[in-house]
Design a protein around this ligand. Structure first.
Ligand code: SF4
Length: 378
């Protein structure tokens, strides 16, 4: 049986960042009610036969909540699930919300992987993004995390900001490397509807980075980090070695099973996907009344599963396992899509071996259009 992951959505933030459309609220006054509801949801949805090898506290800003909150939840998860030895337990934290004492208590309470939302080491860019912390606070958080005993540390960065040159981004990457993280996630800035950033763009407050600029920054990311010894194992993710890949996030790309708890959290057990209501008060109210907080569900048909397999497979350097694809869908991808695959291989976007179809870095950069071309002929 494939071990499952568990995601817990902690929906509190000190302030909303200007680009963010994740579900969170800035009033932390409902922490206790939230914990009660989350506990009820975990117990009500317990799968005692599921083996769990990754637990992820995401958000939101989980590090706004004190360490005992997570200790209690981990104890409840341990009662409701079979937890594998060596389970990866990640907590997302924001610089400015953590100090040594808090980090040491997280570590002592069982959290063994810390993911810091640094986003940039340039204060002007942090200000543009509407982040609450400074670059100095990010460095202080990294130092405190190391002293607290975290030997598996990930940093998140954002690139593709207006007027961001390759040189400026390279400087940001070098500062991140100087902190010696085990993992780096580098995301392109996206413009979600109804965010302050999108409104500023629409009103002409700034001009977004162009496609060519973003492609150059993507290429720089891969070159700089791979030259520093990182493996580029997923479009946006880099690990200092295979043992430092995010076990939890790899489940999303591998379509492995995971359970999501908390408002807006998604769950997946192929071919079924479901998601919780994205509203804290409704979430608490439903759980308090003995119900669940599921808002929607879908069962994917074979065609949808095939599209997802291609789309998610080509996000990863490991690509698509062609034998597994044929066994699952009863057709050979490399035969059905040969007319699309061959020119993409010839142009250096894909690699084809008898076992796998994998993207090159150039192919990862054009992931969406390559996936669409492939799935269009299946
Ligand atoms: S801290 Fe994270 S979740 Fe909260 S608003 Fe900023 S980006 Fe969104």
């Amino acid at each position: 049986m494939t071990p499952a992951g568990i995601y817990l959505h902690i929906p509190f933030c000190a302030r909303k960042c200007d680009y963010c459309d994740f579900y969170s609220v800035t009033d932390t006054g409902r922490q206790e009610a939230f914990q009660r509801a989350l506990t009820a949801e975990i117990r009500r949805r317990a799968h005692s036969n599921w083996l769990v090898d990754s637990i992820y506290f995401g958000g939101g800003t989980p590090s706004l909540l004190a360490p005992p909150f997570f200790e209690r939840l981990l104890a409840i998860l341990g009662q409701a699930y079979r937890i594998q030895g060596g389970v990866e337990i990640t907590l997302e934290a924001n610089p400015g919300t953590v100090d040594f004492d808090r980090l040491a208590a997280y570590r002592a309470g069982g959290i063994n992987r810390l993911n810091l939302g640094v986003q940039s080491f340039d204060d002007a860019r942090l200000d543009f993004l509407g982040r609450v912390h400074s670059a100095a606070e990010a460095r202080a958080a990294v130092a405190a995390a190391r002293r607290a005993g975290f030997d598996n540390l990930g940093l998140d960065l954002i690139y593709g900001l207006p007027d961001q040159t390759v040189d400026a981004w390279q400087a940001d990457l070098n500062q991140a490397l100087a902190e010696h993280p085990e993992h780096l996630a580098c995301y392109t800035l996206t413009y979600a509807p109804d965010t302050p950033l999108m409104r500023d763009r629409r009103s002409g407050g700034h001009v977004p980075a162009g496609e060519d600029q973003i492609a150059a920054l993507f290429d720089t990311t891969s070159q700089v980090l791979c030259a520093a010894g990182f493996e580029h194992y997923e479009i946006s993710n880099f690990a200092a070695g295979p043992q430092w890949r995010s076990r939890h996030n790899t489940k999303y790309w591998a379509r492995a099973p995971y359970l999501g708890f908390g408002p807006s959290a998604h769950s997946f057990d192929a071919p079924r996907r479901s998601w919780n209501v994205a509203d804290l008060e409704t979430y608490i109210d439903r759980l308090d009344r003995g119900r669940l907080a599921e808002e929607g569900r879908e069962v994917l048909d074979d065609a949808q599963e095939m599209v997802e397999t291609v789309f998610l497979g080509l996000r990863q350097a490991a690509g698509i396992d062609l034998t597994a694809f044929a066994l699952r869908f009863g057709k050979r991808l490399e035969t059905r899509a040969a007319a699309v695959i061959e020119p993409l291989v010839a142009e250096g976007y894909l690699r084809l071996t008898p076992q796998r179809l994998t993207p090159t870095v150039k192919g990862m950069c054009l992931h969406d259009s390559i996936s669409a071309r492939l799935t269009g002929v299946l």
